[in-house]
Design a protein around this ligand. Sequence first.
Ligand SMILES: Cc1cc2nc3c(=O)[nH]c(=O)nc-3n(C[C@H](O)[C@H](O)[C@H](O)COP(=O)(O)OP(=O)(O)OC[C@H]3O[C@@H](n4cnc5c(N)ncnc54)[C@H](O)[C@@H]3O)c2cc1C
Length: 459
Amino acid sequence: MANKSIHLMGAGLVGSLWAYLLKKKGFDVHVYEKRADPRGTQADRGRSINLVITSRGRHALKQAGLDEAILPITVPVFGRRIHAIDGRTQYQAYGRDDSECNYAVSRWELNTTLIKAAAHAGVTFYFEHELSDLDLAARTVRFSNGNTANYRVLFATDGAGSAIRKKMQAIQPRLYQEDVRFISSDYKELYVPARADGQPAIEKNNLHIWPRGTHMLMALANQDNSFTLTLYLPRSDHPWSFDSIQTPARVQELFQSEFPDARALVPDLSTQFLEHPQGRLGTVRFTQWHYQDSVALMGDAAHAIVPFFGQGMNCGFEDITTLLTILDENQWDFKSGLEAYSRLRIPNAQAIADMALENFVEMSDKVGDQTFLLQKKIESVLEKEFPQLYRSRYGMITYTLIPYSLAQEAGRIQNRLLTTLSQTITRIEDLNLAHCQRAMEQEWLPWLKAKGICLDRYR
Ligand SMILES: Cc1cc2nc3c(=O)[nH]c(=O)nc-3n(C[C@H](O)[C@H](O)[C@H](O)COP(=O)(O)OP(=O)(O)OC[C@H]3O[C@@H](n4cnc5c(N)ncnc54)[C@H](O)[C@@H]3O)c2cc1C
């Protein structure tokens, strides 16, 4: 570690946490960020995004020693509450018990807290510094405000539209291949205030979902008992698409028809809908995440994914813990370390990208399907009755550190198992545990043993 300076581009969630950890490791850390300093400002309504932190995110926060600082700004979420069109709701717990939960947090608040912690630890931030050019051979960056900087090692934490990724692709298009695909649905956020008596308008510790096939509404609580609703609709070519809803009357019609019980939650519904920005959702895949011993992509810059598994940031935080372990093991030799990081992380990022796309179908459509619901009930019995032998794919991704690629493989085997078991019964009361055990012995248990997987939850 002769030269101890490290540069980062992007002070988002991944950049600010990675900067903090690098500083703790003794580096002289410089972070450039195109936005203005968020400290001392407020999140824009309609642009807040609340996120869930799960095991992988918590693991990174714990490694940084920041878990205790972050947990108080979160709201625990114990399960999903599905809202049918007739107003009836059905609750599905996430974990085996209430100790397994997700933590909802405002992206803006989390980001600001991480920036404050990093600045306090001694990281130097340069806000309003937008990267405009990069010379990979000369190791120099140029900003749109005219400033320049030289680097020895540069981490690209500049998000889904990463300018650094694009530069890598431009210089060696055969080695660095980018695949960016947007889905046909966009999203918009709506704000639900707390009730007049200060209480939450709906159950606070649930993720609320109004699944309607091609479109869906979701709600997550904020700490002050307000909620952020996220509405996912096709961009166009659908009776309920963003393009087709451009007037207050059409907004009311959408909610009256599709989400009648949610309509009353948003007092200024039409105004919010028509004024709030519409965001796009997509997947970014990139064939190599490092350039020699000098540049590595992390977080959304390397692997933006759709939000339907709640894993974008969690996966980015896992990039951090993986890279940290690798570099520690390699005595901070960046050449071998960055190579190993790229090799290890890409298959896992591919796996969670695929599963996040699949989960859109599960959340928007299948959560209302009877066969799917029976299979979920069977899965819940298996998790409770055979805690050492069975854990759902959701549980593996959310409550353990089992690599995403293995969780994906597990999910395929579980689908076959649950299909077999659900074909023999119509009511969960008829499930026979001895039969379940025999069915698991066919494929599931041999696979688990062969992979040497421990299903205990991350604590
Ligand atoms: C609706 C929605 C819901 C989501 N829910 C979840 C969830 O529940 N759980 C979860 O884990 N993830 C979730 N995500 C994903 C999560 O928001 C992202 O994965 C996460 O923000 C990525 O962090 P990052 O630091 O890599 O990128 P970003 O947060 O995008 O940060 C990149 C930073 O780089 C800066 N930057 C960009 N270009 C430049 C430049 N040229 N020069 C200088 N600076 C630059 C940006 O201003 C920004 O500050 C969700 C996403 C969406 C859209």
